[in-house]
Design a protein around this ligand. Structure first.
Ligand SMILES: [Zn+2]
Length: 176
């Protein structure tokens, strides 16, 4: 088994849409950054890359490269997942904590977990998500994400089956 940790933060800015965990949330501000600013997908990507001791998201997708301007962060996550699979591992589960003052994540947590599970090719109950407000942190204008990911070694056959299943699977994930 392997464990990885990812951390990311982005500042809120007016005039852009807010994307968290691959979902667009209704809010008067979005997260600034070179890509779409998806703080959660970035932290997950780094957790996966860290677990296999691969270069981090900034090294693989340099912010200085115009190619990644406004990019869908799912692209980064898919590349990290490919590297995880190429290294002979599969995702067992991830657990994430989001820290932000607004908007409230609770009403969207089910949709975010389902989208992240879909991107990772795992069951919905393999994606943990908690949200907290930044009490005492003076980070009212910032969104922070912490993620831990557990990987398990997969036999080659199971990996191929997982990939096929991930491709064909478009089922709705269960709501809690
Ligand atoms: Zn980021």
């Amino acid at each position: 088994m392997r464990i990885g940790h990812g951390f990311d933060s982005h500042e809120f800015r007016a005039g852009i849409s807010l994307k968290i965990g691959g979902i667009t949330l209704a809010h008067d501000q979005g997260l600034g950054g070179h890509s779409d600013g998806d703080v959660l997908l970035h932290a997950i990507t780094d957790a996966l890359l860290g677990a296999i001791a691969a270069p981090d998201i900034g090294a693989l997708f340099p912010p200085a490269d115009a190619k990644w301007k406004g990019a869908d962060s799912a692209v980064f996550l898919r590349e990290a997942l490919k590297r995880v699979r190429d290294a002979g591992y599969g995702v067992a589960n991830i657990d994430a904590s989001l820290i932000l003052a607004a908007p409230k994540i609770g009403p969207h947590a089910g949709a975010i977990r389902a989208r992240v599970a879909e991107l990772l090719g795992v069951a919905g109950d393999c994606v943990g998500l908690k949200a907290k407000t930044p009490e005492g942190l003076s980070l009212e204008n910032t969104a922070v994400a912490h993620v831990v990911a557990l990987l398990e070694k997969r036999p080659a056959k199971k990996l191929t089956a997982d990939r096929a299943r991930a491709k064909s699977k478009k089922k709705k994930s269960k709501k809690r």
